[in-house]
Design a protein around this ligand. Sequence first.
Ligand code: GLA
Length: 396
Amino acid sequence: MTGGVGADTVRAMTVDVDTCREHFIEHFGYDPDGAVAAPGRVNLIGEHTDYNDGFVLPIAIERETVAVFGPRDDSIVQFVSTSTDEPDEIDLDAPIAPGELTWANYCRGVAAGLVGWGLRPHGCDVLVSSDVPLGGGLSSSASLEVAVALALLNGEVDAMPPGELAKICQTAEHEFAGTPCGIMDQSIAIMGQAGRALLLDCRTGETRQVHFDNPDLVLLVADTEVKHELSEGGYAARRQQCYDAAAKLGVAMLRDADAESVAAAGTDGTLTDKELMRARHVVGEIARTLAAVDALEAGDYHRFGELMVASHESLRDDYEVSCDELDAIVELACACEGVYGARMTGGGFGGCAIILATAGAADRVSETVAAGYGERFGSACPIFATRAAGGARRVL
Ligand code: GLA
């Protein structure tokens, strides 16, 4: 989907629940009990700060994973997905370990976490279907984890505190998928609200819902559709460098450091060059995130856009998690009239960039960026517009 982002494209692009229900009946032979949905996300600002106890400002997007569920009278859970022919099955009465199927390991991890938390989900059949591009930097895995968790909880969205549920899903990702992610993606999938960005303090778990519903603005998501090699080891390595830098600075987490002490520790050789760069990004990004909330609340989108660009530059130069494709989108977007700012979003090394523009400029910006990107890389990048969507909820 390239080009125009007129009314049609801005419309919610959600998975059709009735079709999912039909798939469920076809597969399991009976009518399901219910269905839940959990969204993907983009982060407006506050990147690589969550695992440093910092602040993040994501929104849930209008792409989601739907999980349709039905009860069983034994302790078995069967998982099927509309995007693969390979189903999976676990027994809740036996120890749950990672299996062969990558997609199903997220589901297994969540089931293990719920059992470990002391909840005893009933056996059930679960069918999942998602329109969050897989592995595309929009948190398809967090939306899957949260949707499956709620299906296992029989659709009872309030069965446990949101922060606890987010942690169970995060742990599933650490222990069953081998990804040492922070808490942002799972939190926004659960706590997202329509028309709001979520300011999350990743240290205390405190949240604030910030208005992000100005109809004169459009948020475009441009997908590079690339995933560079570095994404696996690069994320864990950055995380370690942050912890090493914090230890050398004598603080628990980089959240506790300030720009002056980081600069001084760079000059006197306490930090290596890379540690200095990583710490400078994190400390700067935490400050930018709080400043961005002020700008948003004041309706100062020019300032908000400047902070987005500063965030991108810091991720590119100090954190070294951008790539040519992301840089090109940001550069092309920022050269367009009507654009407040643009930046990579998520972990980086590929994935998506976001562009904040006036609603009137959205189509033109989208076309210009897609065309310029196509000239440079051989094919246009898909671009879609999204509003801040709601978080996980029951849909059937
Ligand atoms: C990935 C992780 C998040 C966060 C971002 C970077 O999306 O899953 O926890 O660390 O990268 O901000």
